[in-house]
Design a protein around this ligand. Structure first.
Ligand code: DP6
Length: 361
């Protein structure tokens, strides 16, 4: 089993003066949700997600060696402009990964980052953002130690990204990624995401995710606070057990292609996530009236057409509509005819399953 200490870099390696990299990393959408964590970003239950293709963060990092290695030093540009509010998050991230990447304090980092999805669309950018930064750091590490394998590169990138934001560890590599130990998934780990390598039924090839932007406002509750509320939550244990069971079921579904069963698990997971929020103390509701209107429309459409279309939700009001590629034309027409009116400024994003992070330079 791979443990935390396996990711500690050997301090005696010679440094290089400067290096530049650029990576894109996608967002991901969980099918079995991560909600609840232990210390050091260890998930309370295993989760599984589809990696997205178009909703991405693109991050360039220029590393330049400096004289003092007392503090971290970095500049941050977001969409070409300095962004002070992100600096705190990055500082905290660098502190968390320091022991695994001790070389970082010896460099000044110029971080230049942007998202392909609209600014403040309510889409979590922490997963793609942390994943893209972790990939750049691993490129530097590979330049310092070219002998590391591709597997190690991806595992450590996912391990580092997790320390920035839990779900970010699922945005590194693979179309479907599992994070968290699960009895039936060999090598599954609490400390990094693992590509789901069982044969996947063709029904799930190029699966579509159309994201309806219902509410682009600031989240009322950050994920971190939300996860915390699973401590002493009255239904926590039942929920964590249920996630293990749902992942077992989903593993078979992904192999056999049973779309009816897929829909049941995915929608139930989304509603359970929100049920956990509604039953914690303090309690909160992140769905908006239009979220419920959309869900009801999807159910009606499904009953009337028999098409295998379902929804899932993140910790917010936006709705992800999931469906097989061969129904794309019909589902997009349904969205245009019946759902656009519930989206803020009529906005929605068309995405589909993608492969993971990609190097650009
Ligand atoms: C509801 O990964 O944003 O999207 O680890 O505190 O950064 P932190 O939380 P985060 O939580 C995401 C939770 C979720 C479900 C999921 O993606 O599995």
């Amino acid at each position: 089993m791979i443990v935390e200490n396996d990711f500690i870099f050997n301090q005696n390696t010679a440094l290089i003066d400067k290096a530049n990299f650029e990576w894109s990393a996608p967002s991901n959408i969980a099918l079995v949700k991560y909600w609840g964590k232990k210390d050091h970003q260890i998930p309370a239950n295993p989760s599984i997600s589809f990696t997205l293709n178009h909703c991405k963060t693109i991050t360039k990092v220029a590393f330049e060696i400096k004289n003092s290695d007392e503090n971290f030093s970095f500049d941050l540009l977001f969409e070409g402009k300095p962004k002070e509010d992100f600096k705190h998050k990055i500082q905290k991230f660098l502190e968390r990964i320091e022991v695994y990447c001790p070389y970082l304090k010896k460099y000044h980092l110029k971080i230049d980052t942007k998202n392909t999805f609209p600014h403040s669309s309510g889409i979590a950018s922490s997963a793609s953002g942390m994943a893209a930064l972790a990939m750049n750091i691993m490129s530097l590490e590979k330049a310092l130690n070219p002998s590391i394998s591709d597997d190690y590169f991806h595992q450590k990138a996912s391990f580092l990204a997790r320390l920035g934001s839990g779900s970010a560890c699922r945005s590194i590599n693979g179309k479907i990624v599992v994070w968290g130990e699960h009895a039936e998934i060999e090598n599954s780990s609490n400390i990094f995401g693992l590509e789901f390598t069982s044969p996947i039924h063709e029904n799930f090839r190029n699966f579509q995710d159309t994201i309806l932007l219902v509410d682009k406002g600031e989240k009322q509750v950050s994920s971190t606070v939300g996860h915390d509320l699973m401590h002493n939550h009255p239904f926590a244990n039942q929920r964590f057990n249920q996630a293990h069971e749902n992942l077992s079921k989903l593993k078979k579904i992904l192999e056999t292609g049973n779309l009816d069963e897929f829909i049941k698990i995915v929608e139930s997971e989304a509603l359970t996530l929100h049920a956990m929020m509604m039953t914690s103390m303090p309690y909160f509701i992140l769905m908006k009236p239009n979220t419920l209107k959309i869900i009801n429309k999807i159910w009606k459409f499904r009953t009337e057409t028999n098409l295998p279309v379902c929804f899932t939700l993140d910790a917010g009001a936006n709705v992800h509509i999931l469906y097989p590629e061969n129904y794309k034309v019909k589902v997009l027409q349904f969205i245009k005819d019946e759902l656009v009116g519930y989206c803020q400024n009529g906005q929605y994003l068309c995405d589909e399953v993608g492969k993971g992070s990609q190097i650009l330079i």
